[in-house]
Design a protein around this ligand. Sequence first.
Ligand code: GDP
Length: 287
Amino acid sequence: MLQLQRMRRLAGANCLLWRRSATWRSSTKNASFSEVLQLEDKKLTGVVFPLQGLEKYLAPDVNTASFRTFNPGLDDIHRAEALFKPSGRHVIDYFSSAVRMDHAPQLSQPEVCFVGRSNVGKSSLIKALFSLAPDVEVRVSKTPGHTKKMNFFKVGKYFTLVDMPGYGYRAPQDFADMVEAYLQERQNLKRTFLLVDSLVGFQKADNIAIEMLEEFGIPYVFVLTKIDKAPKGLLVKNVLEIQDFAEKHTQGCFPQLFPVSSIEYSGIHLLRSFIAHVTGNLPMMNS
Ligand code: GDP
C-alpha cells in the first residue's frame, strides 16, 4: 500500500505535466504506467493485473494459485517500462523482415516472438506494447494470398521482438514453412507468445502452433486478446479452459496466461514486465 502511495505521488507530477503538454486521446489513455497509477485501486488492479481482476467472478473452489505465478511489484513494472521508452541512446525500431530463415537477421540479443491466428489482434498488441515509441511502424500484410513475413523489431541492445505471420485457413503454408524453421533454429529465442482471441477461445488452427512448440520443447505462454470486448462469463470460461489445458496437457507452457486489451491497455504493462523478465532485463525486486 505504501509502495502504491509513493509511486502515485511520483507519477502524479509526471501526469500533470503530461496533461498540460498533450491533448488527451482516449486511444492512448493508460498507455504509460504513470497514468495507470492515477486510477482508483479496483480499476488499477483490472488494468495492471486483469487475471486477478477476474477472481471475483469465479466460484470459491477455483484454484487461482497460477494467477500469480508471475507477480511483479509495482516498482518492477515501472522499471520494466523504461525498456519500452526510446531515448537518445536507446533506440526502438523496426529492423528488418524475412520470408525465409536464411534471410532472418543474425542478432545475438535475446528474442521473443508472437504467433497467432490471422485477426487474433497480434498487430494491435505489438502496437500497444510499443505505444510509448510511436515512431515504431508495425507493418501489417492483410491481403489474402500475399506472402507474409517475419518482422523483426529491435529494442535497443536489450532484446528483439519478432512478429510472425498469422496462421489460419488462408496461410497455413506460410506458417508451417517459416515458423517451423524459425522455432527449430533460433538459438536466442527466449519465449513464444501464443495469442488466443477471448471472444472465440481455442481454435483448431491453434493446435498446429501448440504441437510445434511442444514438439520442439520451446517455452511459450498464452495471451488472451481483446478482453474489453468479451462478456465476463465468456472471458472467465476461456481463461479457465486455457489454464486447465496448460496445466494438464502441456510441458513447455507457462502456467499463467496473460489477458490483454490493446485498446484499454489492460494487461499491457504486466506483459511488458514479463518480456523484460524473460529476456533477462528485469531482475525482480520481490523475488
Ligand atoms: P492481426 O491480424 O492478428 O494482426 O489482428 P489485428 O491487430 O489487425 O486485429 C484484428 C481486429 O481486431 C481489428 O479490427 C482490431 O481493431 C481488433 N482488435 C485488436 N485488438 C483488439 C482489442 O484489444 N480490443 C478490441 N475491442 N478490438 C481489438
